[in-house]
Design a protein around this ligand. Sequence first.
Ligand SMILES: [Zn+2]
Length: 261
Amino acid sequence: MACLALLAFAAPSSAPEPPDLPPALRDLWREGVVVARGARSVVIGHHAGQSSLDDLARRADEAGRRVAAVLGRPVRPLIVVPDSTREAAGLAGAARVDGLAAVADHGRVIVVPEFFAMLNSTGKDVVLTHELTHVAAGTDHLPVWLYEGFADYVGYRDAGIPLRTAAAELAAEVRAGRLPSELPGPAAFAADGRDPERLARAYQEAWLACRFLADRFGEGTLVGLYRAAQAVGVDRALASRGLSTATLTARWRDYVRDQLA
Ligand SMILES: [Zn+2]
């Protein structure tokens, strides 16, 4: 956080370069950054209007409150707003971020400006909360259904969107008599631009797996399972709660049908 304080208070053109600034932020530093501060959040951008950064700081505070309410500890959001989709990809070290509104990367959320701007107010809050969940809770050593489902669970928890609206693609499948057969894996999440509906359903399937765990066993159990899975693997974490991937899958399918039919 030391470099953040420098970014907030120093004049970029005259101040010496902070020695511990990550390379990706050093470019922003050289070109001149604008900083907005919320109650707990810091938003760094450049060439963007201060008003949009102030709006992001307010949203980041709210997203931080939502994530903290689930994780049970304070969250201090750091949001980076690049100038373009291309710069966002460069900062994230990704080949492409097209179609994504924001990405979680090394302790910060990088907004993809063109795509973020397409979202309505509720969508912006859901996306920021989702990505901030990845940053705050971590994603290592977990199956994709658990970390994406958990991020959507936190993202939608306080969003006020009806389930059948937020999970419209999956609801349409269920109404057509088709239930998913297994928890979504990497292939389902790799569908990207070729099959956007499949990708949407993958997130919704993962979300409902985590929503089922919270509804049936309590939110604390979901959070505990997430942490345990990071420590000992998902199979042992499920087993210590009397579940296996097979039993969870069967009960999740029933839940999906009950909630969306
Ligand atoms: Zn995600």
